[in-house]
Design a protein around this ligand. Structure first.
Ligand code: ATP
Ligand code: MG
Length: 325
């Protein structure tokens, strides 16, 4: 069995809600047996499962002191998933769980308080060299605070390309032992949780792209740079009334490297037009024969659209790579 843990020191970030929903979605997707472990002494996930009448993941009742032994034996099972809900307060069981986790999801509410708590959680995970993904919970893609949170988080790790929307429906369903899948299986909430699960399932099924040690080295060298992706797509650079056909060689949420026969000069303000992405304002920050470096001059909202588009593209190409014979 694979182990997915919901961890965050931020109170009310959505660990229990997402543990219940992700385990239910994994169950619906037939990943094999799905178990839930409630490692939070408040027992809210246990209460949810106890009032639930629908089929779904099985609650495995374990004393917190015995979680290590329970996870060791569950990991020996050849298929299926264990989802763990953890406490916000410091507890020795969290370190044990992290030690066994194949992937840790960190729910983050948009806003400064949760972002600070996310930093503390990341430090703990990095000590253990664990893979983690931030999950923005209770956000709205059109709100600046969500976009800003995504941009801030993306400098510290992968942000899941699905935002769980803010909705009182979550509290209502959870109080009845249900999920949004029972109330509105085709609705926006179900769709976003479905997207989130697909992304986490993909992460669970692939080896980490970069070894933790290398990632640490990269972080020390360039702590605030956005990840850069090979892109190789045709585009047009626009400077005043001049248009330059070009190729975007690589791109990040902060800038791009562009090739072309004729290109604008260093210091010029330009716009780069890329199909599916749109028009991004930028400044030419370096220039050499047949290529220019661009620094984007765009707001958080446009950066988030770009990050989301690029993450989707990377995931699609990974899936194609994994599916190839
Ligand atoms: N996407 C959302 N939109 C609106 N409300 C939400 C959302 N996710 C969770 N909530 C609500 O926020 C509150 C806290 O959520 P939850 O209990 O899942 O967080 P938690 O991290 O497990 O909290 P704790 O730290 O207390 O264990 C609950 O009332 C829940 O219904
Ligand atoms: Mg909880």
């Amino acid at each position: 069995m694979q182990v997915l843990a919901l961890v965050s020191t931020a109170i009310g970030s959505g660990k229990t809600t997402l543990a219940a929903h992700l385990a239910t979605q994994a169950y619906r997707c037939d990943v094999g047996p799905v178990a839930l472990i409630d490692a939070d002494p408040s027992g809210s996930l246990t209460s949810w499962r106890e009032v639930r009448n629908e089929p779904g993941p099985v609650l495995v009742e374990v004393e917190r002191a015995d979680i290590g032994a329970a996870l060791a034996s569950l990991k020996d099972e050849s298929s299926g998933l264990v989802v763990l809900d953890t406490a916000s307060a410091p507890d020795p069981s969290i370190e044990t769980i992290i030690g066994f986790a194949d992937l840790v999801a960190i729910p983050v509410r948009p806003g400064q308080y949760d972002l600070k708590a996310a930093g503390a959680t990341v430090e703990m995970l990095e000590r253990f060299g664990r893979r983690f993904v931030f999950v923005v919970n209770g956000g709205s893609p059109s709100a600046d605070i969500t976009a800003e949170s995504v941009m801030a988080l993306s400098q510290h790790g992968t942000v899941a390309p699905a935002i769980v929307p803010a909705s009182s429906e979550f509290a209502l369903r959870m109080s009845k032992g249900e999920t949004v899948f029972e109330s509105d299986p085709q609705g926006l909430l179900s769709e976003e949780i479905g997207r989130l699960w697909d992304f986490l399932a993909q992460r669970l099924s692939t080896a980490p792209a970069i070894a933790p040690a290398d990632r640490d080295k990269a972080a020390v060298k360039e702590p605030r740079r956005f990840p850069r992706w090979d892109f190789d797509q045709p585009a047009t650079l626009i400077a005043g009334d001049r248009r330059f056909p070009c190729t975007v060689n690589d791109i990040s949420a902060g800038g791009a490297l562009v090739y072309g026969d004729e290109l604008p000069q260093i210091g010029e303000t330009v716009a780069v037009e890329i199909s599916h992405v749109g028009r991004l304002n930028a400044e030419v920050v370096h220039h050499s024969t047949s290529r220019v470096g661009l620094k984007f001059v765009i707001g958080a909202q446009q950066q988030w659209t770009l990050v989301r588009y690029l993450s989707d593209m990377i995931e699609a190409s990974r899936r194609a790579y994994v599916a190839a014979p």
